[in-house]
Design a protein around this ligand. Structure first.
Ligand code: DX5
Ligand code: ZN
Length: 214
């Protein structure tokens, strides 16, 4: 079954510990952290000190999505703060292979993400090193945007490329019960969702709906 990673970007920042606990109890498989630097993307969010402060509040894995221009300098701090997996962008200013090797050297799972306009084929050189690929289905930076339908073709293309390797395909942006179903059918392993979880009254019902669990 597909896994769900609620994105804290849409949580109530005034009650982050409570939000992390609630969503963990509601059946989340990961907590997704959108770390933004105001350079790679226009928005600015949180970093390692906030991740560290929240780590004691749940046992589920922390999935850290670095939307920053120069991720290398943040990787050690995120790992120490309690990240279980760290994802960097192929389009960042540093060498993806060096970044992935560094993440792996810290015994963390390594992910690579591509923006909507970047081709799946550009990931090919890095596939042997990766645990996780994050396909952005909106332009990174903000929650609440509409899912870009071309992502579905990219999921199918990537699924075919990575066979039979055990790399998880995660999709991030504009996930709701309808786009979630399309992503599941296309072969996604993990769905990252902000608004469709934290914008709902019942996080448990919201997660079930995204899993297609009736
Ligand atoms: C966007 C982030 C996403 C975002 C998704 O840059 O990477 O994780 O939180 O938000 P929704 O689910 O609201 O599109
Ligand atoms: Zn994200």
């Amino acid at each position: 079954m597909v896994q769900i990673a609620p994105s804290l970007l849409s949580a109530d920042f005034g009650y982050l510990a409570k939000e992390v606990q609630s969503v963990s109890k509601a059946g989340a498989d990961y907590i997704h952290w959108d770390v933004m630097d105001g350079v790679f993307v226009p928005n600015l969010t949180f970093g390692a000190p906030v991740i560290k402060a929240l780590r004691p509040h749940t046992d589920i894995p922390f999935d850290v999505h670095l939307m920053v221009a120069k991720p290398m300098r943040l990787i050690d701090d995120c790992a120490k703060a309690g990240a279980d997996q760290i994802t960097v962008h192929l389009e960042c200013e540093e060498n993806p292979a060096d970044l992935i090797s560094h993440i792996k050297s810290l015994n963390k799972k390594a992910g690579l993400s591509i923006r909507p306009k970047t081709k799946v084929a550009d990931l090919i050189p890095y596939l042997p090193m990766l645990d996780w690929i994050l396909l952005m289905s909106v332009e990174p930076g903000f929650g609440g945007q509409a899912f870009i339908p071309e992502t579905l073709k990219k999921i199918v293309e990537l699924k075919e490329l990575i066979k039979p390797k055990k790399i998880k395909i995660a999709v991030d942006g504009g996930i709701n019960p309808i786009t979630a179903e399309a992503c599941r059918l296309a072969g996604a392993d993990v769905l990252i969702a902000g608004t469709a979880v934290f914008g709902q009254k019942s996080y448990a019902k919201a997660i079930k709906a995204l899993k297609g669990d009736k």
